[in-house]
Design a protein around this ligand. Structure first.
Ligand SMILES: Cc1cc2nc3c(=O)[nH]c(=O)nc-3n(C[C@H](O)[C@H](O)[C@H](O)COP(=O)(O)OP(=O)(O)OC[C@H]3O[C@@H](n4cnc5c(N)ncnc54)[C@H](O)[C@@H]3O)c2cc1C
Length: 327
């Protein structure tokens, strides 16, 4: 039994939404496993943290700490790292865990630097013990490495969608505190958001994702993809070839340097299936590839494939869905 501290972030990056994101609940499951019956402390930071805190007992936290500070109205990685590192010291925890999201990895790397300890990012499994053993995804997920963290305190993040969140049905005491911060901690912070022009389905948590690659050809070429996504209640994703071409924003990119997703169905249209793209869809339950090249690498990872021109195939699927709904 050992105490463990877990950073919990809030859905959609806006702390005010007050709902813990899925990847944090998965990190909390890893924290519970590492604690082996010991205390599982969760930390939520900033505006809206208190409302997210109330539910965390049901997902394994035994105590929730809510850090509130006038300056914590937006994401500030150094400030978050200081709060997490200071709380880890105060609580004397054996491990600090966070979600392997961009924000989680950014903060936990800073925590490790502050504490002068090693950092294991993107763990897919954890084994508790005096020396914590982890399996972690390397090289965009093409290599799984087993590593022992030889350190007095394990600092790690969990690879999104590789460890299942665990409902314990418990409840947690919630403690609010005001952290000590100075100007240097706030030098890096989010000062504005540019909202992505899309509907309410979040790419990271969508059950269905319809994605387009270079084969789509242009910004306008995404109209049939958006139409199909709309019919399926899906999110639209894309490959890096698309974001580099400026056809879609980076927030839509799926892959190693984009969003890692775990939908029930991933429809990849005109995407070759490069390793760096597939690193983002390892959690997908079913992959349908639409590609005019039957030898495209994505065929080896796809469950189903339609060999053909997406400009014909995608509208045909939409038409079939419409016909079935009205017929
Ligand atoms: C460090 C690093 C990180 C990276 N991170 C990412 C990442 O996060 N995400 C990512 O996606 N990539 C990433 N990449 C880039 C990656 O290596 C590939 O270059 C990229 O994924 C290719 O995108 P694509 O499949 O759309 O394009 P291409 O590889 O050019 O494939 C286009 C496909 O479309 C098909 N096609 C063309 N026309 C049609 C048509 N009319 N109908 C049907 N099919 C058609 C072709 O047969 C082909 O298979 C990264 C690369 C590096 C080096």
């Amino acid at each position: 039994m050992r105490a463990v501290l877990c950073l919990v972030t809030v859905a959609d990056g806006a702390a005010a939404s007050g709902v813990a994101d899925e990847v944090s609940l998965q990190a909390l499951a890893a924290a519970s496993a590492l604690a082996s019956g010991g205390a599982v402390h969760a930390l939520v930071i900033g505006e809206g943290g208190a409302s997210a805190a109330a539910d965390l007992g049901a997902w394994g936290a035994t105590q929730v700490h809510v850090a509130t500070h006038l300056a914590l109205t937006s994401f500030a990685p150094d400030a978050w790292a200081r709060i997490l590192a200071d709380l880890a010291d105060t609580l004397g925890v054996a491990a600090v865990v966070g979600p392997g999201s961009d924000a989680g990895n950014t903060v936990l790397a800073r925590v490790a630097a502050r504490l002068d300890l090693p950092f294991a990012a993107n763990c897919t499994a954890v084994v508790p013990g005096d020396t914590v053993v982890v399996t972690r995804a390397r090289w965009g997920g093409s290599l799984l490495e087993e590593a022992a963290i030889n350190a007095p305190r394990a600092i790690l993040t969990t690879q999104p969608h590789s460890i299942a969140k665990t409902s314990t049905g418990g409840s947690a005491a919630v403690v609010t505190f005001a952290p000590t911060l100075d100007d240097a901690d706030l030098a890096v912070r989010v000062v504005g958001h540019v909202e992505a022009a899309k509907g309410g389905v979040s790419l990271a948590e969508a059950k269905i994702v319809v994605s387009g690659g270079r084969g789509v050809g242009s910004t306008d070429g995404f109209a049939p993809i958006e139409e199909l996504a709309g019919l399926l209640g899906a999110a639209v994703g894309c490959s890096r070839a698309v974001t580099i071409s400026g056809w879609r924003p980076h927030t839509d990119q799926v892959g190693q340097t984009g969003t890692k997703i775990a939908p029930d169905l991933y429809i990849a249209c005109g995407i070759s299936g490069a390793t760096q793209h597939m690193a983002g869809v390892k959690g997908a339950k079913t992959i349908l590839a639409i590609n005019k090249d039957h030898e495209a690498p994505i065929m080896t990872g796809a469950d189903y494939a339609v060999i053909g021109d997406l400009a014909t195939v995608v509208p045909a699927i939409s038409a079939a869905i419409r016909a079935r709904r009205t017929g």
